[in-house]
Design a protein around this ligand. Structure first.
Ligand code: G3P
Ligand code: MG
Length: 284
């Protein structure tokens, strides 16, 4: 059992295997960060969904990964230059393809950019939610929006106290995590990192800042993986690794003892881990 009380509700539910955290929903199969993706993730047995938070021009928390609209929708320009009403006119399934652009099976099916509240209302209450606050530390204006997102997320939690048991707040920007900690000290926080510094150094930062979870990428994870997982657990932290789309790799990471697997394919990942755990149990 982890000693950090902020993690009890998150860790106590999944004592036997790593949590399956659906990255932008079941985004390997359907358009990312849409209600369709989050509902499918729940149906596929995910324990938690990961979603990306951005701010609309009129101050709503919207769920979209990129700062701009072009990659995933039929819109143009930056998210923060559009009101929620304008954003919700767009087709969030416009660019999704499974065959390299030969077909776009979700175009015109009225998939929209959801608000965070719409996601919460659409998924089962047992599902955890990893809300990743998008904030670019090198861009003061984007960082300012990240701070506003942090404040609005806290306000949402205060309106819906039941969310306290389900939420993990993550970001690449420690400043926005510190804002959440200051405003709502009981919410668990996770620092996302890129492979630009040694893993042990990034873990040390995460421990020193008092966060509850470390979210490294899998790139270069093996070099320090075992030691990092052990050190993180000794310090009472969870280790959730992204983005793991190979079931075989997910099983390897599960064997290392990581706590969460952030994946675009929750069902395939869950089945592979359950199979591996089943055969392990059978051998004992
Ligand atoms: O939260 C882990 C992962 O989502 C971070 O990267 O770019 O997919 O948001 P990204
Ligand atoms: Mg993300």
């Amino acid at each position: 059992m982890l000693k950090n009380p902020r993690l009890q509700s998150l860790s106590g539910r999944f004592p036997k295997r790593p949590r399956i955290i659906a990255h932008r929903g079941a985004s390997g199969l359907v358009p990312e960060n849409t209600l369709t993706a989050f509902v499918l993730a729940a149906e596929q047995g995910a324990d938690m969904v990961e979603l990306d938070l951005r701010l609309s021009k009129d101050g709503h928390l919207v769920v979209l990964h990129d700062a701009s609209l072009e990659r995933t929708t039929n819109g143009r320009g930056f998210v923060h230059e559009h009101t929620l009403a304008e954003l919700q006119q767009l087709d969030a399934g416009y660019a999704f393809t499974l065959d390299g652009g030969a077909t776009f099976p979700f175009r015109g099916l009225r998939l929209r950019i959801p608000t965070l509240e719409e996601v919460i209302a659409s998924i089962p209450q047992h599902l955890g939610i990893n809300t990743e606050i998008k904030s670019a530390p090198w861009d003061p204006a984007d960082r300012q929006r990240g701070q506003v997102i942090a404040e609005k997320l806290v306000a949402l939690v205060r309106r819906h106290p039941d969310l306290r048991e389900r939420l993990l707040v993550s970001s690449f920007d420690a400043a926005v995590l510190d804002t959440v900690r200051h405003l709502e000290p009981e919410l668990p926080l996770g620092l996302c990192t890129m492979p630009i510094a040694p893993l042990p150094e990034q873990l040390r930062t995460t421990v020193e800042r008092g966060y509850e979870a470390f979210h490294p990428t899998d790139i270069g994870f093996d070099e320090h993986g075992t030691a990092v997982v052990q050190s993180a657990h000794l310090a009472g932290l969870l280790v959730n690794v992204w983005t793991i789309d190979s079931p075989e790799r997910a099983v390897e990471l599960a064997a290392l003892g990581i706590d969460g697997i952030i994946t675009d394919y929750p069902e395939a990942t869950r089945k592979a881990i359950d199979r591996a755990l089943g055969s392990f149990t059978a051998r004992r």
